[in-house]
Design a protein around this ligand. Structure first.
Ligand SMILES: [Ca+2]
Ligand SMILES: [Ca+2]
Length: 124
């Protein structure tokens, strides 16, 4: 299991453009932002142009992961200069939750989350 927490900063004049977090090229979090940031979060001017409001979104996602590496990417569909629309990430935490003892594949860290055990079967 992987759990990722972060704060995403939407800065200045986004025009219904999308921010997303990809884990191994699969989207695990995403949302569209508009100019005034009307969907909650902390909305006020934080940086960039003072006449465009900015917004902070708390991200907290968990997903099953079993590979030995993890490719993480924040991407956006912004198409104008950084003085008009931009973004940032703060407080990025990556937690790794191993499967319970004796478990090879799981959907969580509890023994009851185990889907494939590592028990050895002996044949005579
Ligand atoms: Ca601003
Ligand atoms: Ca744009």
């Amino acid at each position: 299991m992987i759990r990722i927490q972060a704060q995403f900063y939407k800065i200045d004049s986004w025009d219904d453009e999308r921010a997303a977090l990809f884990a191994d090229f699969r989207e695990v979090w995403g949302r569209n932002y508009v100019v005034i940031g009307s969907e909650g979060g902390y909305v006020r001017n934080l940086c960039g142009q003072p006449y465009w409001r900015d917004e902070i979104t708390d991200i907290d996602v968990s997903f099953v992961h079993s590979a030995s590496t993890l490719n993480l990417q924040f991407r956006t569909t912004l198409d104008q200069g950084a003085s008009d629309e931009s973004w940032g990430v703060r407080r990025l935490y990556i937690f790794v939750g191993n499967c319970a003892n004796g478990c090879a594949v799981c959907t969580g860290i509890l023994p009851s989350d185990c889907t494939v055990t590592t028990d050895v079967v002996l044949f005579n």
